[in-house]
Design a protein around this ligand. Sequence first.
Ligand code: F6P
Length: 319
Amino acid sequence: MKRIAVLTSGGDAPGMNAAIRAVVRRALFDGVAVYGIDHGFQGLLENRLKEMTLGSVGDIVHRGGTILQTARSRAFMTEDGQRRAVEVLRGHGIDGLVVIGGDGSLRGAYALHRLGIAAVGIPATIDNDVPETDETIGFDTAINTVAQAIDKIRDTATSHERTFVIEVMGRHSGDIALWAGLAGGAEGIIVPEVPYDLDDLAERLKRTKERGKRHSIIVVAEGVMSGPELARAIEARTGFETRASVLGHVQRGGSPSARDRLLAGRLGARAVELLLAGQSGVMVGIRRGVPVDVPLERVFAGRHDLDASLIELAKMLSI
Ligand code: F6P
């Protein structure tokens, strides 16, 4: 393998830059040329490739976002688009591709693998919803961002003796809500994977108020219902003044945590090593702190579950 390419795709995640840097530097370490593809699979179709150097990934390990930009491409989802992408890669003499992104991006990598391009995926999304890996790049930074937001909201909630609903990202996955809610000491955590009972929650909030608690914080994942909707439902049941705060895309930005940078470095280097060893159609993940290689078919057949012990812990700690 003499020449590889790297792209980021789907929603950006803090640590993507650290992953790009690791891919580029690991490849150059072995004398393999690396091309960066701008704007993900869409950019690939538009032939937006540029050769990367040691310098082009300098000063990015600590930066959020992605220097390669990202996109969600409809054209690439068609078979015609995928065949065109193969032609572009072959036209540049590229033998292997590293795709950094979430579930949809990994499916793109798989499509190219099936068409004969050696492709390896790296899971990167703040949602932490990719099966077969304990963690995705960006998740740790996102939950730190949310935990800090909860701390700040708690100050004003206590001052005004208010109830607050904080809406966090995660359309289908409650990981951000659960982990950050626990870290922030939330009184309630509502996630798509676990049934909830609003009357029960309201009774619990009333009891804590009677005990003298001066604020309550409920974290809800966007996939369940909107923050303002939940705030209205709680206010109607309790009569407590309830405000909603929607954190939105602030969760996707910011300098990656040390943990995300390290994860990105390890997975980025491993992805290149797999390509050099002739592997394709695999994702590099992390299990109990050790990088693992997983066939993409197994990733797609799997399911990402919330950690049941954390759900239990949240029940016990939020009484
Ligand atoms: O997949 C990451 C994610 O941040 C989700 O949590 C969120 O629902 C979605 O992306 C938002 O996407 P967009 O970039 O379209 O606003």
